[in-house]
Write a protein that binds this ligand. Structure first.
Ligand code: SAH
Length: 256
């Protein structure tokens, strides 16, 4: 699903930043990098900063314009360090992560677009994006280094992805749990257990029939909220049977 997401860098000046971006992407499980007219690429500085994410650099696509980069994308998120004059659908970072993951999961091709180190994205480029995303940085010092900005956004995507995976595995677990629920003791089995329990409690003189108080009701309440399975009922009844045997043999001995 993360394969449906690409990171687009527009006119990067410093090749080292391309390396940092590749590293940030690989750390977060993203693999597709698209470079719009980079000033210098391939470049040794990029390889050095990628430190282990060179595969992403090798596979990076180089295109001449942002239009070319976005040609097969369905949904485009443009990032900006400043609030621009143009009013555009603006997503919070968290919302962006969730939306990217939701859409990517259903096969939508996503582009996360990042701008130039010195001037960011132009208004025209920002208007090619469906949503704008701003990292909530210090308003008096809002511009992150390009690699850091990609790191933050892709980390947010990863968190949303992990949450989505966790939810689907919980759903699966619930399915397993509901299969287990079918092994829950039936009402009838529970009733027979309560009867057995009551008899045993009387036999060991814990329950006095003339003065029962609410003991059985309380015990019903206890077992009732424990989702007792058939196997557990069998164990409990086994304990009661053994207890009764001990009580019976003790009373026989007393009679002898
Ligand atoms: N001086 C430029 C900032 C360029 S930073 C400007 O004022 O726009 C390079 C790129 O990093 C930006 O184009 C954007 O894609 C990303 N970036 C940096 N800080 C960001 C922030 N706070 N929120 C979103 N993107 C940010």
């Amino acid at each position: 699903m993360l394969q449906n997401i690409c990171v687009v860098l527009v006119n990067v000046s410093h090749p080292g930043n391309i390396g940092s971006v590749a590293r940030a992407m690989k750390n977060m499980g993203l693999t597709r990098l698209v470079l719009v007219e980079p000033r210098a690429f391939p470049h040794n500085e990029a390889n050095i900063r990628a430190s282990g994410a060179n595969d992403i650099l090798e596979k990076a696509k180089i295109v001449a314009t942002l239009e070319n980069a976005l040609v097969s994308c369905n949904l485009v998120f443009g990032t900006s360090a400043r609030h621009r004059r143009i009013s555009w659908p603006l997503l919070g970072l968290r919302q962006c992560g969730t939306k990217v993951v939701e859409e990517a999961a259903s096969g939508t091709q996503i582009a996360l677009v990042f701008g130039r180190e010195d001037s960011g994205l132009t208004n025209k480029e920002l208007q090619q994006c469906h949503y704008h995303v701003h990292i909530p940085s210090n308003p008096k010092f809002s511009s992150l280094n390009l690699g850091a900005a990609v790191q933050v956004v892709s980390c947010e995507v990863r968190i949303a992805w992990l949450i989505a995976q966790d939810q689907s595995s919980k759903l699966e677990k619930n399915e397993v749990a509901s299969t287990k629920n079918s092994e829950l003791a039936t009402v009838d089995e529970l009733e027979r257990f309560y009867k057995h329990l009551e008899q045993t409690l009387v036999a060991i003189k814990f329950l006095k029939p003339e003065k029962p108080r609410y003991l059985m009701a309380r015990l019903r309440c206890l077992y009732g909220r424990s989702s007792v399975s058939r196997t557990e009922i069998n164990i409990l009844r086994g304990i009661l049977t053994e207890t009764q045997k001990v009580v019976d043999s003790a009373s026989r001995k007393r009679k002898d």
